[in-house]
Design a protein around this ligand. Structure first.
Ligand code: PEP
Ligand code: MN
Length: 384
């Protein structure tokens, strides 16, 4: 495949982690996204969220706007569903992902959700992809049921081109000739996507199989193939569900799925955070328990080590330049160079560092370089 067609999605030097409401997706720890197909009522969503949380999920899913194949089927609760998702997500300490169906819905969904889901039926809708990209929220992009991997990655590219780097891909099964399962989980696509991109890849074994009894096996296969997490439909009483009743897991089945993934994960050098017992753990402790804080701290330390290395390299370069200039009797300090450096850095600063913050940083950096050079080589003068 010619990866030049999607340069942003194919970038291999990006940070592989996308953060959804404080949850790191794409790191060593697997992420479980669980919840009902549709938000139906407060009681239903609360019970589903509690089941998700106690199974070890960190993100709550649930449709408020449903992309139903039949226009006569339940279309979702709309904004009332979004309100329930936000309230119950906060109550249970879960981040929230939910689908936007139309470009005009994106801003509203973004007010309530931590990530915007683009459904399989919408993967080709460029205006929706652009609107989701422009929202600035992470985008959970599901593969079109008949989309090639190239089309899928071009859809991701469309979101990224709108200025949004935070795309999570989701393989959710593709259409084949067989009708026994609802779709066919494309296990090979999961490992292919992990090779073609550095975007996190989730798998949705619920829509892939359409059959409750097959969901856990498909989930295990997806994790074995390298998925960074799972998106699973679960309902307190699947038989009464207003959509996708055949594929939603009961709370005990969701707990069993999570437990089996938890046992498989170490063989793949991964882990799934443990279940959080009902009512236990304040949000801060929960963050410790599910390892997100630990994982983010590791990344912060890595980053800080790179900053120290870069400062050391700067001091050495300036020392070399001073030696060169001193040998030729050139002035060590040039004010115009310092101004030019500040301008250059302002031009390349992509934020969130403000211009004032950047100016302070440059001043500190120049001072630090001067002091360190004086200490190491006994040389005077400012070093730009
Ligand atoms: C969903 O996850 O809510 C959904 C509708 O799935 P898909 O878009 O993959 O059919
Ligand atoms: Mn569904």
């Amino acid at each position: 495949m010619n990866t030049d067609a999607f340069p942003l999605a194919a970038r291999h030097d990006r940070d592989p982690i996308v953060e959804i409401g404080g949850v790191a997706v794409g790191g060593r720890e697997l992420v479980l996204v669980a919840g009902p197909c549709s938000v139906e009522s407060e009681a239903q969503l609360r019970a589903a969220a509690q089941a998700a949380r106690s199974a070890g999920a960190s993100i709550l899913r649930g449709g408020a706007y449903k992309p139903r194949t039949s226009p006569y089927a339940f279309q979702g609760l709309g904004e009332a569903g979004l309100e329930l998702l936000r309230a119950i997500g906060e109550e249970t300490g879960l981040a929230v992902v939910t689908e936007a169906l139309e470009p005009g819905q994106v801003a509203l969904v973004a007010r309530y959700a931590d990530a915007i889901q683009i459904g399989s039926r919408s993967m080709h809708v460029a205006p929706l992809l652009r609107a989701a990209g422009e929202s600035g929220l992470p985008v959970l992009l599901k593969r079109g049921m008949s989309a090639t991997l190239e089309e899928f990655l071009l859809a991701a590219e469309t979101v990224m081109l709108a200025g949004n780097d935070n795309v999570v891909l989701c393989e959710r099964g593709i259409r084949t000739f067989d009708t026994y399962t609802r779709n066919c989980l494309d296990v090979g696509a999961i490992s292919a996507l992990k090779r073609l991109t550095r975007l996190p890849v989730l798998a949705d074994p619920s829509h892939a199989t359409g059959r409750r009894e097959l969901v856990t096996d498909a989930a295990l296969a997806a994790v074995a193939a390298g998925a960074d997490g799972l998106l699973v439909e679960a309902h307190p009483d699947p038989a009464s569900a207003r959509s996708d009743a055949d594929q939603q897991l009961e709370p005990s089945e969701l707990a069993d799925l999570a437990e089996r993934v938890r046992r498989l994960a170490p063989a793949l050098d991964r882990a799934l955070p443990g279940p959080v017992p009902r009512g236990e753990a304040a949000p801060a402790e929960a963050a410790e328990l599910d390892g997100v804080v630990r994982q983010l701290r590791e990344q912060i330390s890595d980053n800080d080590r790179r900053i120290v290395d870069a400062i050391n390299a700067r001091i050495e370069l300036v020392a070399r330049m001073h030696t060169y200039k001193a040998a030729r009797g050139l002035p060590l300090y040039d004010r115009r160079r310092e101004d030019a450096l500040r301008r250059e850095l302002r031009g390349s600063n992509a934020g969130p560092l403000s211009s004032e913050g950047l100016d302070q940083l440059v001043t500190e950096l120049l001072e630090l370089t001067r002091r360190e050079l004086a200490r190491a080589y006994g040389r005077p003068g400012r070093a730009a």
